[in-house]
Design a protein around this ligand. Structure first.
Ligand code: ADP
Ligand code: MG
Length: 335
């Protein structure tokens, strides 16, 4: 697409030749070669073969500098996270990742930045068998858009709409770490590397998500905080839930913060964890626990689906935790 044809902005400033050498250098051979890619980077379209009896799962996310990551964030981390958030969406449907496309907008040509970005993207792509099959490269404020494509046996993807009354509600990993790291960075402090990695290099729960097909009745990945995201499952399923906040899985750092402030905001409303939250009939509990152990990903029951609509949080002693008091409104109304 020619920029000037569709916008009143200045004409494309990157010489086309520079653009192509950038693509050749960093993006023509990214990720494992796959036999279902008939044509990858280099033509007007990629040509991809979707097997019979298979649904194609597609999701797209944009990360903007200054909005979704700090402008000085390590490019390797930006490359990792821009693919990780898409793989997390595929995981939440139980889809197996296959291909990705990448739209990269750069303020100027900076091969060192793009090289580190591409390395972060590539390492995660290789770990999950994802081939980069196309994209777009433009000049403008730094932003990264990644579309991921996954494959799932027809009709077996796990949607948000399947939660049933009496199902148990589970989460993977620990909650609130990314939000705690973000709080610390915003305060000008440097979070310790493990905590910072939870924000900048999230681990998409791909193996777990795929394994939960046939067991989970509804599933979502936690990008905007437990309360909001579980709320999407409840609304789509026409049910409500009771959550025991004392059962939430917390890292020592988040547990200390919750204790010190007597406030559940971080694990209940903090975003960017990219853990999976799902519902499942109680009869599958043993199988699900075994799956978690097999994937090296701890899983925890945090509550139960009930017929009354809405999300209610209770503390260990049975007292209700007010959603507004944990910053739920603040987080969900943030632009
Ligand atoms: P067109 O003008 O036909 O849209 P482009 O000139 O934008 O094509 O891109 C040339 C080729 O390079 C296409 O195959 C496109 O998919 C690929 N491409 C462009 N930018 C990227 C990128 N950042 N990552 C991967 N592939 C890219
Ligand atoms: Mg074209």
């Amino acid at each position: 697409m020619t920029d000037t044809a569709t916008s009143a902005g200045p004409p494309r400033q990157t010489p086309r030749r520079g653009e192509f050498t950038l693509i050749d250098r960093f993006f023509t051979d990214l990720g494992p070669v796959r036999s279902d890619v008939r044509l990858g980077v280099g033509d007007d379209c990629a040509l991809l073969t979707v097997p019979a009896q298979t649904d194609l799962a597609v999701s797209l996310d944009t990360l903007c500098a200054g909005v979704h990551f700090f402008p000085d964030c390590a490019p390797h981390a930006v490359g990792h996270k821009s693919l990780a958030v898409g793989l997390s969406d595929l995981a939440a449907m139980g889809a197996t990742p296959a291909w990705a496309t990448l739209a990269l907008t750069l303020p100027r040509r900076d091969d060192a930045w793009v090289g580190d970005f591409a390395r972060g993207f590539r390492e995660l792509a290789e770990a999950h068998g994802v081939r980069l099959v196309g994209g777009d490269t433009t000049r403008g404020p730094l932003s990264v858009t990644v579309q991921v494509h996954g494959l799932v046996a027809s009709g077996t993807a796990v949607r948000r709409s399947g939660a049933c009354v009496e199902d148990l509600i589970w989460v993977s990993g620990t909650l609130g770490d990314a939000a705690l790291a973000l709080d610390r960075l915003r305060a000008g402090k440097s979070p310790d590397p493990a905590l910072r990695a939870r924000l900048e290099r999230p681990t998409p729960r791909v193996t777990l998500g795929v394994a939960l097909r046939g067991l989970a009745s509804a599933m979502i990945d936690l990008s905007d905080g437990l309360a909001g995201d579980l709320g999407h499952i409840l609304a789509a399923s026409g049910v409500g839930a009771l959550i025991d906040v004392s059962a939430l899985p917390l890292s020592p750092a988040v547990r200390a913060q919750v204790r010190a402030t007597a406030n559940w905001t971080l694990p209940v409303a903090g975003g960017d964890d990219y853990e999976l939250c799902f519902s499942a009939p109680a009869r599958h509990a043993d199988a699900i626990r075994a799956l978690g152990a097999g994937c090296g990903c701890p899983l925890r029951v945090i509550g139960r689906v009930r017929p009354e609509p809405g999300l209610q949080l209770r503390d260990a002693d049975g007292t209700t935790v007010n959603l507004a008091s944990v910053g739920y409104d603040h987080f969900t109304t943030e632009p």
